[in-house]
Write a protein that binds this ligand. Structure first.
Ligand code: BES
Ligand code: MN
Ligand code: MN
Length: 475
């Protein structure tokens, strides 16, 4: 392994320089004006996979943005891992809040600042560099590696599910490896075994055909902004519980041992609160902060607009009012069923003075896994070798919609070993990646290839649904 790490040490500068090349491409998947840039980023990743030593690479067209596939399968008889990640990014606005422009990567204070630095371009490249290091230093890699890097994660992966179903054979693997999450704290590597799901909807309230003078009509007609506010306010009670009927029906209770494990993590509410500049923390009564983030669902307004929002005052009753509302879901909630219950509740609460429309924008399944699979143990050893500390097990409040699909379709373990930090400003101005994490994350990814090469993954259906049903059938 020394040769591999030596290789990485000798090529750190080039690897960082290359990352800035990818970060310069504004691959904002939700923005139709960026369609060509998204493709350009995909092609960049494909070319980088080829340069790193993948023997086959492909930019695969979909009805949306292209998928990138690459493979190195030169270790017959050894396990095969599938590295998943995404090269698309979130919009960079508000631009004026960035200290340096989002698509002009800038290094300061040991960090690289750019949209996508942490989510997820930097974290993807770590695995590409790790494979390159094995191939260049040793002429071979201890495991077979497939890459599937998509361009639509930030718009909930609409074309990935069908692709996975169709291409199951080509994507066959013994474990999926993903770096697209955060470490619990700087210097404390983490393995994530649970993600929340998502149901995202938009509400439109319409009163009259056109905006009205609020003097001529105020007091005689419904104001859609007021009606919308009342509907939104009725979604939660003052104990922080969501009032949509049936919302909690399928929520799985965390076990006592899981809650105890959370309580042992180095978390302090006061520190957490100060780090995000919040005057106070809120949430559902009876649950600690990490529990509210990881094992309890949440409902939030992500945007709302109506009437006049410009400088100064305009006396107007808006014809329409809008809100975007999302719910973070936990096992065993189903995004479609939750969205339906939500829409019914909102429609029912509309007075007859307005028209209320609810439409679902997108969703993703929640995911939780067993932590006892040998692939996770291998990842734990790899992280320890790189970071000098054994990882903690964490869950995430965020979502990666495809993970549940991988688990269901492939029946293999998903190893989430993210190297982001909670203060990386994902989806926000001044997104960054710590250069230490880029370096140690690359080392960990390289160690992982070695550890998985000797791990006994083959007969370890242990922690997977497929393994369970295999054993059941045998019994
Ligand atoms: N990498 C994030 C998921 C994530 C968020 C991990 C926070 C760790 C902490 C991913 O790119 C993401 O942003 N997912 C979206 C999914 C959505 C667009 C369907 C999310 O969680 O909002
Ligand atoms: Mn991501
Ligand atoms: Mn993201």
């Amino acid at each position: 392994m020394t040769a591999v790490i030596q290789y990485l040490n000798a090529h750190r500068d080039r690897h960082l320089e290359e990352l800035t090349g990818l970060l310069r491409i504004p691959s904002v998947s939700t923005d139709p004006a960026r369609k060509a840039d998204v493709r350009r980023a995909g092609e960049w990743v494909r070319a980088r996979l080829a340069a790193a030593g993948c023997t086959k690479t492909e930019l695969i067209d979909t009805p949306g943005h292209p998928l990138v596939y690459g493979e190195w399968l030169g270790a017959p008889g050894k396990p095969t891992i599938l590295v998943y990640g995404h090269y698309d990014v979130q919009p960079a606005d508000p631009l004026e809040r960035w200290s340096t422009p989002p698509f002009e990567p800038t290094i300061r204070d040991g960090r690289i600042y750019a949209r996508g630095a942490s989510d997820d371009k930097g974290q993807v490249i770590v695995h590409v560099n790790a494979l390159e290091a094995h191939l260049r230093a040793n002429g071979t890699c201890p495991v077979n590696v497939k890459f599937l890097i998509e361009g639509e994660e930030e718009i909930s992966s609409p074309n990935l599910g069908p692709f996975l179903e169709r291409e199951r054979e080509r994507l066959k693997c013994d474990a999926v490896v993903i770096s697209d999450t955060a470490m619990f704290a700087k210097g404390l590597p983490s393995i994530c075994y649970g993600l929340r799901g998502l149901a995202y909807l938009e509400i439109a309230v319409t009163g009259t055909d056109t905006d009205l003078h609020s003097g001529s009509f105020g007091g005689a007609v419904a104001n859609p902004a007021v009606v919308l506010s009342r509907i939104l306010a009725s979604l939660k009670d003052d104990k922080g519980r969501v009032k949509v009927p049936g919302f909690y029906d399928d929520v799985r209770k965390p076990s006592g041992s899981e809650r105890k494990a959370f309580a042992k993590l180095p978390h302090r509410d006061a520190k957490f609160r100060k780090a995000i500049g919040a005057p106070d923390l809120v949430g559902e009564k009876g649950y600690a902060t990490l529990e509210r983030l990881w094992v309890r669902p949440a409902l939030d307004i992500n945007g709302m607009w109506a009437g006049f929002t410009g400088e100064g005052a305009k006396t107007v009753i808006p014809a329409t009012a809008h809100a975007k509302v999302s719910m973070r879901l936990v096992p065993d909630q189903d995004p479609k069923r939750v969205a339906k219950k939500f829409a019914e509740f909102v429609r029912k609460s509309a007075p007859k003075s307005v028209k209320v429309e609810v439409r679902s924008l997108h969703g993703g399944q929640p995911w939780v896994a067993d932590t006892s699979h040998p692939a996770l143990a291998a990842a734990g050893r790899a992280l320890k070798r790189a970071f000098g500390r054994a990882p903690v097990f964490v869950r995430e409040g965020g979502s990666i919609p495809v993970v549940a699909t991988f688990a269901r379709l492939f029946g293999v373990p998903c190893v989430l070993m993210g190297i982001g930090l909670n203060d990386d400003n994902l989806h926000a101005p001044n997104e960054k990646l710590e250069l230490d994490n880029f370096r140690l994350g690359t080392d960990a990814a390289a160690y992982l290839l070695e550890e998985l090469g000797t791990a006994n993954l083959a007969d370890a259906g242990a922690a997977t649904a497929a393994g369970r049903s295999r054993r059941k059938r045998r019994a």
